[in-house]
Design a protein around this ligand. Structure first.
Ligand code: PGA
Length: 287
């Protein structure tokens, strides 16, 4: 229901601001006010193991995007080495993004990939701040902020991931942790730039654990995140920013999550490696 309302707003608003433009199959311009268009994304992490498997999975996922699919942006964040082949495989039906980026542009940074390298192969999206990068790879809020700033500087888009640990959740610190991660991660980003930023709220205790947050818990944090964005920028920017939920999203949980007023999409790990499951998530049903 809420998505029909967004489409109506989008249809009524004539704007030249290209916030996000899909290519190919569902090519259409979008505007800042149109920015709450649902956004379903997959995060392949360290998977799959071969180029052929990546091509097959990307193709099967893009086949799940049909004329009956809800009007949504669909993206896959894939390992660097598969970016170009995945782009060919999906033939413009799905956006292909990188799982990370180096905030530096050039120089002695062994193993790093710059935003300009990504841009040169046609990639316009990257993840920043995923909890696995924060915890396992030690990426700090300052580093994550550098990633966001560099992507924006190059005219690209970023999905900034935030979320609290289980201990922090139990201590009722979810809002406080998200506020710090948002304020530090988005430092120096203007409200106009926010049309190229998507937030993914991913409670660490729900990632890869099978413990999906209940729609009520997720909605309450999403609402807080939107209030924090209003505090950092303004109400209009907060209302226009898409906030995705991530953490053990499955075909069974997606419909109820997507029905929450402040949940604008999903960032899906495990289930994005199974085309049937992710296909069902892309084709979520409004409840
Ligand atoms: P999950 O991962 O869906 O496997 O919990 C989500 C993520 O890490 O983005």
């Amino acid at each position: 229901m809420k998505f029909a309302a967004y489409s109506l707003v989008a249809a009524l608003v004539a704007s030249t601001t290209a916030a996000f433009t899909t290519t190919g199959y569902f090519a259409r311009p979008s505007t800042v006010l149109d920015a709450r268009r649902p956004f379903i994304s997959g995060n392949w992490k360290l998977n799959p193991q071969t180029r052929q498997e990546a091509v097959d999975l990307a193709k099967e996922i893009s086949d799940a995007v049909t004329s009956d699919t809800p009007d949504a942006d669909v993206a896959l964040f894939v390992p660097y080495v598969f970016l170009e082949t995945a782009m060919e495989a999906v033939d413009g039906k799905v956006q292909i993004g990188a799982e990370g980026v180096c905030p530096e542009m050039a120089g002695a940074f062994t193993g790093a990939v710059s935003a300009s390298m990504l841009k040169s192969v046609g990639v316009s999206w990257a993840l920043a701040g995923h909890s696995e990068r924060r915890v396992i790879f030690g990426e700090s809020d300052e580093y994550i902020n550098g990633q966001c700033l560099k992507l924006i500087e190059l005219g690209m888009s970023v999905m900034l991931c935030i979320g609290e640990s289980e201990l922090e959740y139990n201590q009722n610190l979810a809002g406080a942790v998200c506020a710090v991660q948002l304020k530090k991660g988005l430092a120096g980003i203007s409200k106009d730039d926010m049309s190229r930023v998507v937030i993914a709220y991913e409670p660490v205790w729900a990632i890869g654990t099978g413990k999906v947050a209940t729609p009520e818990i997720a909605e309450s944090v999403h609402k807080k995140v939107r209030d924090i964005l209003a505090d950092i920028f303004d109400q209009e920017t907060a209302e226009a920013t898409r906030i995705l939920y991530g953490g053990s999203v499955t075909p069974e949980s997606v419909d109820e999550l997507m029905a929450q007023p402040d949940i604008d999409g999903a960032l899906v790990g495990g289930a994005s490696l199974d085309a049937a499951k992710f296909g069902r998530i892309i084709n979520f049903e409004s409840v």
